[in-house]
Design a binder for this molecule. Structure first.
Ligand code: PEP
Ligand code: MG
Length: 762
C-alpha cells in the first residue's frame, strides 16, 4: 500500500469497503476468499492468507490464500507455536519481519511457493479473547511493512474476527473446506436459566425484519413463486395509489421517487434472482431476504452517495414485500412437542405464545444473564442461553439442538453419544428437582429456630400456582409490567383489576407486594416505544410513571380495588433515586386511595415500600426508610449500577458479579439503615434465590427474601441446615475479602462443609 494512501479518511474508507464486502459472503469459504483478495488489493502486496484454528485438533489450518498455492488450501496446518503462524497465535501479537526465513521459528511449507516472498506480517484474529486464526500478508521485497500497514492489518483483523466467528460454524474446518456446511457445532453464550433442554428450533422473528427471516426449505416452488409475485404486485399497487393521492400536492421530484420505487420492483433482475433462489429450494421469504440483503450490501460499498441511497430504497421495498408475504402466510405457528425458541431477542409475548408443556429451552442472541427474559425463564424453569452472539440462528429452523443452561452453550445436532449423555443429565436433574420439591412443605426455620420469610417473585400466571405448591409465604415482587408486555395496548383499569385480584386472592391472607409499572431499560412495550441511547440510565420505572400520572393512577386504583375485602396488598416503587419521587408517588397513591374509598370500595391503605436499586438510594437508605413502610433491594439493577456493567450486555457479562464486595457492603448498609429506622428490609433481586447468597443475606439481618419459584425449595433446604449465628459468621468472613470470586469460593466452601451438593454452573 502506498504510505500516503493509508492516512486519515482513505484508510477508513478502504477498511469499511473490505468489511462491507466481506459481510456479503454467504458462508465461511466465501468470507475467507473475499478477505484474502480484498486485503491483498488494499495493501498492494503480493500475498494474503488466512489460517484458522480447527477446534477439533487445535491446529491452525491454511484456509485461504491469494498469492500462494491455492491447491494447498485446507491441506496443511500448523500447531500452536509451530512456524511463524503458530508463533503469532501463541503470542497473540503481530509479527513483522523483513526476512521471514531468517527467523528461528520459520518453517518452510513444501509446494506453497513461499520461497518467492521475503517479508512477512502476521496478525492474530482474536474474538472474545480467543485466537481464531492468523491473517498474513507477504511480499517479494525484503522490506518491513511500515507502521501504517501494520496498524491497518491489526484494525482489519479486529473487525473481521466477529464476522469470521459468525461465518464459521464451529466444528471441523476440514468439513467446511469440502463445502459441506456442518450441521453440528457448539456455540458459546451465557448461562441464562439452569437446566438441559433438548428440542427442535422454532425461530422468533419480528415482523418485516429481513435479517431474522429463517432459511427454510420450500415444499412447492411454484406456489412460493406465486406468493412472491402476488406480494410484489400488492406493494406496486400501494405505490401507485399513494402516487395518485399525492399527484398535484407534491412536486415532480418527489413523485419521481415513487416511479423509481415502482421501477425497482418491476426490475426483472431482482425478482428473477428471488425466483431462482426459490427454485434452488429456499422458501419465498428466505429467498427474498437473501437477495435484498446482498443487493443492499453491494450498494452500501459504492462511493457515490446517491447510489448508496438506492441501497436504502431497496431495503425499504424488500421490507414491504416481506411484510406482504408474512401477512399472506400468517399461519399459526405449530410448536413441536419439545420446542426451543431462538431469536435475536425473545420478547415476553413470544414466551406466552408457546404452550408451557412444549417449551424445552430458550436461546437469545442478544442480552445477558440478568436480562428480563432470562429472569422470566428462570421463573418458569426453562433452560436458557443468552448472548449466543455467534449462533447462525436463521439457518437452524427445526434443527435439533441442546440448550445447556448451566454452562451457557448451545449444541447443534450433537453426535448420538453426546446426545445420550445430555438426555441422561436432563433425567437426573428432573429427579433431583423432584427430591428437593418433596421437602417444599417444610418451614424455612433455621437450626436455632429462627424463621425466615421466603417469598416469591411473580409476573406470569403459571408461577403463582407453582409457588403456592412450593411453600411461598407470599409475593415479594409482582412484576406488573409482564401483563403489559404481552398486550398490544395498555390494559384498562378494569383488566388490571381482574389480573391483580386473581393474584391477591390466590395468596390471601399472605401479603402480595405489587411493584408499580417498571418499563424502560430492556423492557419496552411494543405500543409505547422508548428509544434511547442509554436506556438503563434513561426514562425507566418510576420516572416514566411520574411523567404519566394517568398510567400510574389507573394502575394503583386497579390495585386498590383488587384488594377490596382482602387487605393483603403492598405497593412497591421501582428505580427511586430521589426522595421527591417517593413523596410524589405516595401522594398520588393517597389520592387514588381516597377516590376509591369515595367510590365505595372497602379498601385499606396499603403499605408502601421503596426498591433500593441505584447507588443514590443506598446512600439515602436511612431517609427513605423513615418515609417508607419497608425497603426491598433489587440486586439485579443495583449490581449493574454499582459496577457500571450493563446487565443486558453479553460482552461485559463476565464483570457482572452480584458477589462483588461493593454490592455486599451496600447490602449491609441498607439493612442496617432500615433497621435503625425500625423498618423491615428484604431482597427481591435474583441474588436472593442463590442458596449461598440467601444464607449470607440472612446473616446480614434481612427479614425476608423473594425469589423465583424454582429456587424456593433449594434455598429453604440450605437455610434449614444452618443457625443464624453461623450465617452472621459467614458474613464477617466474606466482608474481609476483596474479590467477588473469593467471596463465591468462601460461600461454596462453607456450603460443602455442611454437605450441600452444589449444582453444575452454580
Ligand atoms: C432488580 O433490579 O433486582 C429487580 C428485582 O427488578 P428487575 O429485575 O425487574 O429490574
Ligand atoms: Mg430492577
Amino acid at each position: 500500500m502506498a504510505p500516503e494512501s493509508t492516512g486519515g479518511s482513505s484508510m477508513l474508507k478502504s477498511l469499511r469497503g473490505v468489511v462491507q464486502e466481506v459481510s456479503t459472503a454467504r458462508d465461511l469459504p466465501e468470507t475467507l476468499a473475499i478477505i484474502v483478495r480484498r486485503v491483498r488489493e488494499e495493501m498492494e502486496t503480493q500475498v494474503c492468507s488466512v489460517y484458522l484454528v480447527d477446534p477439533a485438533s487445535g491446529r491452525y489450518v491454511f484456509m485461504a490464500t491469494e498469492g500462494l498455492n491455492k491447491a494447498l488450501e485446507g491441506r496443511f496446518s500448523l500447531a500452536r507455536d509451530e512456524g511463524l503462524v503458530g508463533y503469532v497465535a501463541r503470542r497473540e501479537e503481530p509479527l513483522n519481519l523483513e526476512d521471514a526465513s531468517a527467523h528461528p521459528k520459520f518453517k518452510f511449507i513444501e509446494g506453497s511457493g513461499e520461497e518467492l516472498f521475503r517479508s512477512f506480517l502476521g496478525v492474530p484474529i482474536i474474538h472474545h479473547r480467543e485466537v481464531l486464526g492468523v491473517l498474513v500478508v507477504q511480499q517479494r521485497d525484503r522490506r518491513r511493512f511500515d507502521e501504517d500497514e501494520e496498524a491497518f492489518l491489526v484494525t482489519m483483523s479486529a473487525q473481521l474476527a466477529a464476522i469470521i466467528a459468525h461465518a464459521g460454524l464451529a466444528g471441523s474446518y476440514s468439513e467446511l473446506r469440502r463445502g459441506t456446511r456442518p450441521k453440528s457445532g457448539e456455540f458459546i453464550g451465557i448461562a441464562g436459566a439452569p437446566g438441559i433442554g433438548i428440542g427442535q428450533v422454532v425461530i422468533v422473528s419480528p415482523p418485516s425484519d429481513l435479517k431474522a427471516v429463517p432459511q427454510r426449505a420450500c415444499e412447492d416452488a411454484e406456489q412460493e413463486i406465486a406468493l412472491f409475485h402476488a406480494a410484489v404486485a400488492r406493494v406496486q399497487d400501494e405505490i401507485a395509489v399513494t402516487r395518485q393521492e399525492l399527484t398535484g400536492r407534491v412536486g415532480a421530484e418527489e413523485l419521481a421517487l415513487f416511479d423509481a420505487h415502482a421501477m425497482l420492483l418491476a426490475d426483472r433482475a431482482l425478482s428473477g434472482e428471488v425466483v431462482t433462489r426459490i427454485r434452488e429450494g429456499n422458501w419465498a421469504q428466505g429467498a427474498l431476504s437473501q437477495v435484498v440483503l446482498e443487493h443492499v450490501r453491494t450498494f452500501e460499498i459504492m462511493e457515490d452517495a446517491y447510489i448508496r441511497e438506492r441501497g436504502a430504497d431497496i431495503r425499504d421495498l424488500g421490507r414491504r414485500v416481506l411484510a406482504e408475504l408474512q401477512a399472506s402466510v400468517r399461519e399459526t405457528t405449530t410448536y413441536p412437542a419439545r420446542c426451543i425458541l431462538i431469536g435475536e431477542e425473545i420478547p415476553a409475548s413470544a414466551l406466552a405464545n408457546v404452550p408451557r408443556s412444549s417449551l424445552a429451552g430458550i436461546v437469545s442472541v442478544s442480552g445477558s444473564g440478568n436480562s428480563h427474559v432470562a429472569i422470566l425463564a428462570r421463573a418458569m424453569g426453562v433452560p436458557t442461553v443468552m448472548g449466543a452472539v455467534d449462533l447462525p440462528f436463521t439457518a437452524l429452523e427445526r434443527e435439533e439442538v441442546v440448550v445447556d443452561g448451566h454452562q451457557g452453550r448451545v449444541l447443534v445436532s450433537p453426535a448420538p453419544e453426546a446426545m445420550a449423555q445430555f438426555r441422561e443429565m436432563a433425567a437426573a436433574e428432573q429427579l433431583a428437582e423432584e427430591q428437593i420439591a418433596a421437602n417444599a412443605h417444610l418451614p424455612a426455620v433455621m437450626q436455632d429456630g429462627h424463621a425466615v420469610s421466603l417469598l416469591v417473585n411473580t409476573g406470569l400466571n403459571s408461577e403463582w400456582v407453582r409457588s403456592l405448591g412450593r411453600g411461598a409465604e407470599g409475593v415479594g415482587l409482582f412484576r406488573t409490567e409482564i401483563p403489559f408486555l404481552i398486550r398490544e395496548r395498555f390494559p384498562t383499569e378494569e383488566e388490571q383489576r381482574l389480573i391483580y385480584r386473581a393474584q391477591l386472592e390466590a395468596f390471601a391472607p399472605r401479603p402480595v407486594t405489587m411493584r408499580t409499572l417498571d418499563i424502560g431499560g430492556d423492557k419496552a412495550l411494543p405500543y409505547f416505544p422508548i428509544e434511547e441511547e442509554n436506556p438503563f440510565l434513561g426514562w425507566r420505572g418510576i420516572r416514566v410513571t411520574l411523567d404519566h400520572p394517568e398510567i400510574y393512577l389507573a394502575q394503583v386504583r386497579a390495585m386498590l380495588k383488587a384488594s377490596a375485602g382482602l387487605g393483603n396488598l403492598r405497593v412497591m416503587l421501582p428505580m427511586i433515586s430521589n426522595v421527591s419521587e417517593f413523596d410524589e408517588a405516595r401522594a398520588l397513591l393517597v389520592r387514588a386511595y381516597s377516590e376509591v374509598l369515595e367510590e365505595g370500595w372497602a379498601v385499606r391503605m396499603p403499605q408502601v415500600g421503596v426498591m433500593i436499586e441505584v447507588p443514590a438510594a443506598v446512600y439515602q437508605a436511612g431517609v427513605l426508610a423513615r418515609r417508607a413502610d419497608f425497603l426491598s433491594v433489587g440486586t439485579n439493577d443495583l449490581t449493574q449500577y454499582l459496577l457500571a456493567v450493563d446487565r443486558n450486555n453479553a460482552r461485559v457479562a463476565n464483570l457482572y458479579h452480584a458477589f462483588h464486595p461493593a454490592v455486599l457492603h451496600a447490602l449491609m448498609d441498607v439493612v442496617d439503615a432500615a433497621h435503625r429506622a425500625g423498618k423491615p428490609a428484604s431482597v427481591c433481586g435474583e441474588l436472593a434465590g442463590d442458596p449461598g447468597a440467601a444464607l449470607l443475606l440472612v446473616g446480614m439481618g434481612y427479614d425476608s427474601l423473594s425469589m423465583s419459584a424454582p429456587n424456593l425449595a433449594r434455598v429453604k433446604s440450605v437455610l434449614r441446615r444452618f443457625t443464624r449465628a453461623q450465617a452472621a459468621e459467614l458474613v464477617r468472613k466474606v466482608s474481609r475479602l476483596d474479590d467477588a470470586r473469593d467471596v463465591r469460593a468462601a460461600i461454596e466452601d462453607r456450603l460443602r462443609q455442611e454437605g450441600v451438593v452444589l449444582r453444575a454452573g452454580g
